[in-house]
Design a protein around this ligand. Structure first.
Ligand SMILES: Cc1cc2nc3c(=O)[nH]c(=O)nc-3n(C[C@H](O)[C@H](O)[C@H](O)COP(=O)(O)O)c2cc1C
Length: 176
């Protein structure tokens, strides 16, 4: 039986990949938040959107320094995904709290999370206000993927990329 959905309608569009969104302050202090609302919007040139709550510290940093990195984790980062998705970097150093290790990005200032399956470095192209979020359009300046998890530009089915259903539910793709 079809039931009308009246709240959290966005859950109908999940699962969505859960990833680490890294940003940096003018003081060079990095921050990381867990994010699931993202999509490619153009292939040529490559442009992606990340949607970030206006109240998130990450939103403040992206607006100020105009760069961000999408870090794609595997299932080994599950605990860290929850930590970085529950507390704000405004008053806590989430790298200390989660134990996540960072390394330099190739072309942008925000740091990259070490050990992820891949990452996409972006420069802010434009910002659209949408309800409680900002949709940050990012022009892709470089992207990398570990060949342990990707071949010929496609993730392996069983790469273990976390897919967020909403709430506390995460699932993983399985090889047929
Ligand atoms: C699995 C998961 C997915 C999330 N996806 C988003 C998202 O797409 N956009 C968003 O603004 N917050 C999302 N959050 C919540 C933020 O990660 C959370 O508000 C975080 O504390 C913000 O950190 P910041 O203040 O350091 O930027 C998600 C949290 C979890 C656990």
């Amino acid at each position: 039986m079809l039931k009308q959905i009246k709240s959290d309608i966005y859950h109908l569009l999940h699962p969505k990949m859960a990833f680490f969104l890294t940003s940096i302050g003018k003081d060079k202090k990095p921050n990381v938040m867990t994010c699931a609302w993202a999509t490619p919007v153009s292939e040529e040139p490559p442009i992606v959107i990340v949607c970030v709550a206006k109240e998130a510290y990450t939103a403040e940093l992206i607006k100020k320094t105009k760069e961000f990195v999408i870090n794609i984790p595997t299932k080994k980062f599950l605990k860290e995904l929850w930590i970085c998705g529950k507390i704000s970097g405004r008053d806590t150093d989430k790298f200390k709290k989660s134990g996540l290790k960072i390394k330099k990005a190739k072309k942008v200032k925000p740091t990259v999370i070490d050990g992820c399956a891949g990452y996409i470095e972006c420069r802010l192209l434009k910002t659209v206000e949408a309800g409680e979020c900002y949709a940050f359009f990012g022009s892709v300046v470089s992207a990398y993927a570990d060949d342990k998890y990707m071949r010929d530009g496609l993730w392996f089915e069983d790469a273990g990329i976390p897919l967020h259903l909403g709430g506390s539910r995460i699932v993983y793709a399985k090889k047929k």
